[in-house]
Every structure is written in C-alpha cells, then in structure tokens.
Design a protein around this ligand. Structure first.
Ligand code: MAN
Length: 348
C-alpha cells in the first residue's frame, strides 16, 4: 500500500442527491471530476453533473442537446428488447451502429468556505453549446492565470470527443474560444504560467491504430493555435498505468520541477500517480510514480456508477499541501490531502 492520501473525514463531500436537476424530468445520476480553484477567499469546484430521465425496465433513454427540440433537449429512447441495442458499459450504448452516452453532462459551480463542505449552485453554470457539444461538456480543468481562469473541458458529440476552452475572470461572464484541439482528444490542462514565453498544455489524443492513450504536451503563443506537440508519457504495460493515462489539473511548480498528478488505468481500475518534469523544459520527464499515490480503496471509490475509479482534474495548493478533489466510482466527489514533499520523496 503506497497510497499517500489523507482522505477527508466527510467523504464523499458531494453526492448526486446534493445537486438539483437542471430541468423537470431529469435525474442527477452522477457527479464527477471537478475542476478546482480559489476565488475571493472561497474554494470553488466546477462539477461535472451527469443527468438523464429516470430509467425504466422497458427502455434506455438519454438526453441529447438539440436546439430544435422543446427546451433544447431531445430524449433518445430505445426499447431494451431492440436487437440493435448494445448496452454493456454503464457509460455508453450503441444503437443502430451509432454511439450515445448514457447521460448528458453539464458543468456546475459549488462553493466552500473551508474547502471541505460545499454547496452547489441551484442551476447549471455551463451547458453544451452547438454541434460539437450536443452530448455535453465534461471534466473541466480550471487553470488560474493572474486575474483570470482558463477552462479546458471535454466537448462531446457524434462528431467526436475534443477539447473546448472558455475564459472567465468573474464566474459570471464566459468567453468561449471554441474547440482548441480536435477529436479524439481530452484531459487537457493549461500550465498556470508560460514557459519560454509560450502557453503550454497537457493533452491526450487517443491512437486508434499505432500509439495509444498517452499524455502529450503542446505549446501556443495565443491559447488558440497549439503546436510543437510532443509525446510526454506512454502507458507502461503490466503496471498500474498500463492501459491508459491522462493528465489531471495544471502541474504544480516545485523547486525540483513541475509536479503533475495524472490518472492511469490498467483496465481494472483507475488510480492516481505523479510525473516530475524539468522546469525549463517540461517535455523532459525526470521521474514517474512506480506505484499509485492514490488508489480506489474506500467503499465509495470501489462501488458506484463505474466502480474502482479515482479520477482527478482539480486541486488547490497551500504550502506543502495539495488538496486533491476527485471523482469516486464515477458517482460522488471526494477530497484528500497529500504532502508535496512526500510525493517528491516517493519519486526519488
Ligand atoms: C468515456 C467515459 C465517459 C465519458 C465519455 C466521453 O466513455 O469517460 O464517462 O462520458 O468517455 O468523454
């Protein structure tokens, strides 16, 4: 057991029942993977709220954003007897050869004075917008840069899964930069300071043939045009991160290098580990966790909508302490504190 995390005593800190549905007829099924930040003395989380109509014994139904439908939402409903329905993964189904998500996600703010007890806003903060987000918006990283916040999130539609970017400085008005990285890509986090004059981000393309689900690095002069792509870290067959990996939130500057917390799956569970990158050249990996720093062990991490998952894309740092906010079993939100010195020591 190498788990370095001190979990909150009040985990899970947010459950689906703590959040009001966005519309009548919707049910909040899961809370997932929040971005985290500080704003005017409070801690904010930008939650992923996954909804759908209550399911029945006879049909599977899922919402899809459609401006021509009443209320902007169309319900796709398929009989469970339909021979053209393939539904074995709780997260996705396929009908007549077309893939759908089982839930529709939006992003919702939740606020806390002490970083442990959060209250979610009564309505969505950001919902999918346009043809590239018809299946929703997910897993938003929040990077704090001077007086503004850069939001990078997963934009999902039948066109594929890509990375959208939004800027805000007040959490009331939002400026959409559109899709900055095309499908298939997710897990994008922008560094909170420029390196050699450029913006830098982690991203995670998915290889369909050669290659795989690896963490990449890119840079940009203006946040819109990303280039100089480099493959930073690949999966390690046989290890805890042998099947897929992806970055969490923006990396943390330490005297020893950029410390990045990332998720890895071996096909059986999702755990968290760390990467240490050179400060002057973050494409150079100095060290990487041989064993996870946080692994699904608490009951709410092992059992839920999709069990044996801890997944983070949000943390806040206070001196030596990083408070990691994470989705547990794709259903509830938890928090844990880790010592940066202890993570760095585990990498030596
Ligand atoms: C995967 C899972 C889902 C998510 C989709 C689209 O299937 O992470 O939770 O909705 O990808 O991003």
């Amino acid at each position: 057991m190498t788990d370095l995390a001190k979990r909150f005593a009040n985990n899970p800190i947010l459950r689906p029942a703590d959040v009001q549905p966005s519309a009548p007829g919707m049910r909040v099924e899961c809370l997932l993977n929040p971005g985290a930040f500080r704003f005017r003395g409070r801690t904010g989380l930008l939650l992923r709220v996954a909804e759908r109509p209550p399911q029945t014994a006879s049909a599977v139904s899922t919402p899809v954003l459609d401006p021509s439908a009443p209320g902007g939402v169309r319900i796709v409903s398929v009989s469970r007897q339909d021979p053209e329905l393939k539904a074995s993964d709780p997260r996705v189904f396929n009908w007549k050869g077309v893939d759908y998500l089982t839930t529709l996600s939006h992003l919702r703010l939740a606020w806390s004075d002490d970083g442990e007890r959060f209250t979610a806003d009564p309505s969505p903060t950001l919902v999918g917008d346009g043809a590239l987000e018809a299946f929703g918006v997910e897993d938003c990283r929040v990077s704090t840069v001077a007086d503004r916040f850069l939001l990078t999130y997963t934009a999902v539609s039948a066109n594929g899964v890509g990375v959208g970017c939004i800027e805000t400085s007040d959490w009331r008005s939002f400026h959409r930069l559109g899709m900055i990285i095309p499908p298939h890509n997710k897990d994008c986090a922008i560094f909170e300071e420029r390196v050699a004059g450029n913006w830098v981000c982690f991203h995670r393309p998915s290889g369909v043939g050669l290659g795989g689900n690896f963490i990449w690095l890119a840079s940009s002069p203006d946040l819109r045009h990303w280039g100089d792509h480099r493959c930073l870290a690949r999966t390690r067959p046989g290890m805890w991160d042998g099947e897929r990996i992806g970055a969490g939130a923006a990396p943390i500057r330490t005297p020893e290098g950029w410390l990045a917390i990332y998720h890895g799956s071996d096909g059986k569970r999702y755990c968290l580990g760390a990467l240490l990158l050179a400060l002057d050249d973050p494409s150079r990996v100095i060290a990487r966790s041989r064993t996870p720093i946080l692994e699904p062990s608490a009951p709410c991490e092992q059992t839920g909508f999709f069990g044996h998952v801890v997944f983070t894309n949000g943390h806040v740092v206070d001196g030596d302490t990083v408070t990691v906010y994470y989705g547990a079993a794709d259903e509830v939100i938890c928090g844990a504190r880790l010592s940066l010195a202890a993570i760095l020591a585990s990498l030596r």
